[in-house]
Design a protein around this ligand. Structure first.
Ligand SMILES: [Zn+2]
Length: 490
């Protein structure tokens, strides 16, 4: 098997997949804000040309060129919404082999169950209610409602996870969501008392059609809740690797309020969550009225100036600093004959690896627990994805955790790797070594920090230490974020 040469995502021209150019029209650069239509869009970050971050390659695809597209973040000067510059057709972004099955992620399962049980108790949900979840994946969240005897329907465009949901007894339609789907369900007399949409509000290009779908399907006294990455956490923790073409939007309350208002929906409440590196859970309905929590967070956004260009001023420089630091560090380890692998064949890993652009062979392989990913290759950088058991046999000296949002869990699961002399690394918010906590009695995990005004718990709870050895004296100084994960508690 021959591998194509690595493509430099920042210099290579956009390629078209062989034989597929007619069925997969290319990307289109936006000329107006996808939400408000404003024409003044300012670029705040340029990550070069990148492949589709979730498009893992099969063995047959290795000999073909991959399409790459500019990956840039623009901010609308009218409404403040941050968004990627390119619109890529959904059939390119979300194909039938979409490998993401939420049920493989224990922390997400716990988080979802807590969310479902909270809603069932708070809203006193029962057989007369109807819970609709958009982007329901394999039913990991809805099954908690189904198990409680509450009528539920999932809607998701990915065939594989939809089949898994149906097999698990969670009614699910394979469809994109918007006005059309909502009108059809509403015409059948079905109105939702609860609508949920987790990690999809950032993904949908036609965001006005998407939000309009909620306005149509939601019962008059219903509520809709959305979870999505918070642009403030992205910028503060420099989590640039969560930027990829599939993540069209990087939301804030200030940019979302006019969007929902356009469709007759009001922001009612908000919770800050640690999941996915920093998210918001936002509740909206047809009824005006804000919680104190929501008003406090909106006041914070006004103070910070989120939505204005000045807020992003040094973001690009900090991202470039991580790239330089990580390259120096890993190339130095490699020059010393150390072996390096990576953990987590996730989209954020593809963004990071393609942007950092390491010398070929610096990282030997990527491990992942998801059996659907094992045996494939990371897009762009074309690193093979292997089973986590490979850590025990290949014993790489260093393991770069790409899925840093689950770093605590991964480090705990891979204690044997550490005990055998392996070293965990993490690149976000700044390149660093991670070590497992000393063993002590388990305590309940805290994924959410319900009051935005209170200090937040560190996301990983891991001990970290400054980089040492491996020629680090030649490395550029650490980024000025302070103690990496501790900073998140501020
Ligand atoms: Zn706008």
């Amino acid at each position: 098997m021959t591998h194509s040469p690595l493509t430099d995502p920042r210099t290579a021209p956009a390629l078209v997949r062989d034989g597929a150019s007619s069925s997969t029209p290319g990307a289109r650069r936006i000329t107006a804000c996808r939400s408000c239509g404003g024409a003044d869009l300012a670029m705040v970050l340029d990550l070069g040309r990148q492949p589709i971050a979730n498009a893992l390659l099969s063995a047959e695809e290795l000999d073909r060129p991959e399409p790459v597209f500019p990956l840039e973040v623009l901010v609308c000067e009218a409404c403040g919404l941050a968004q990627v510059s390119e619109t890529i057709p959904p059939d390119v972004l979300f194909n039938a082999d979409y490998p993401y099955f939420s049920s493989f992620i224990p922390a997400l399962l716990r988080h979802s169950r807590e969310h479902a049980l909270k809603l069932i108790a708070e809203r006193d949900l029962g057989p007369a209610d109807f819970v609709v979840e958009i982007a329901s994946n394999d039913g990991y969240l809805l099954r908690n409602f189904v198990d409680a005897g509450i009528p539920a329907l999932g809607i998701d465009p990915a065939a594989g996870p939809v089949e898994a949901a149906q097999a698990a007894g969670v009614p699910t339609e394979c469809a994109f969501f918007g006005r059309e789907t909502s009108r059809r369900l509403a015409a059948e007399g079905r109105r939702a008392t609860v609508m949920l949409a987790n990690n999809v509000l950032a993904h949908v290009t036609d965001i006005n059609d998407f939000v309009a779908g909620f306005a149509i399907l939601l019962a008059d006294d219903g509520i809709a809740e959305f979870e999505f990455p918070y642009v403030r956490d992205l910028v503060e923790t420099c989590a640039f690797d969560t930027i990829y073409h599939e993540h069209v939007f990087y939301h804030s309350l200030s940019a979302l309020e006019p969007l929902f208002a356009r469709h007759g929906l009001h922001l009612n409440d908000v919770w800050r969550l640690d999941i996915h590196g920093g998210s918001l859970r936002l509740r909206v309905s047809r009824t005006p009225g804000k919680s104190e929590r929501l008003e406090a967070l909106q006041a914070e956004e006004r103070t910070l100036g989120i939505g204005q260009l000045a807020y992003y001023r040094d973001f690009g420089d900090r991202v470039a600093g991580i790239r330089m630091h990580l390259r120096s560090m890993l190339h130095a380890y490699r020059a010393q004959g150390k072996t390096i692998a990576a953990y987590g064949a996730a989209a954020k890993g593809a963004t990071l690896l393609n942007y950092v652009d390491l010398a070929e062979g610096t990282i030997e392989f990527v491990v992942d627990r998801n059996t659907h990913k094992v045996g494939k290759w990371m897009p762009g950088v074309r690193l093979p994805i292997r089973d986590v058991a490979e850590l025990g046999t290949a014993r790489p000296d260093f393991l770069l955790i790409l899925t840093w949002n689950f770093a605590k869990e991964i480090v705990e699961q891979q204690r044997a790797y550490h005990a055998a002399g392996g070293t965990f690394l993490c690149a976000i918010p700044t390149p660093q070594v991670l070590r497992p906590r000393a063993r002590r009695p388990a305590r309940a995990g805290t994924l959410s920090s319900p009051d935005p005004a209170k200090p937040r718990s560190p996301r990983t709870g891991l001990r970290t230490r400054p980089l040492e050895g491996a020629g680090t004296s030649n490395l550029p100084p650490a980024q000025p974020q302070g103690s990496p994960f501790d900073r998140l508690s501020g």
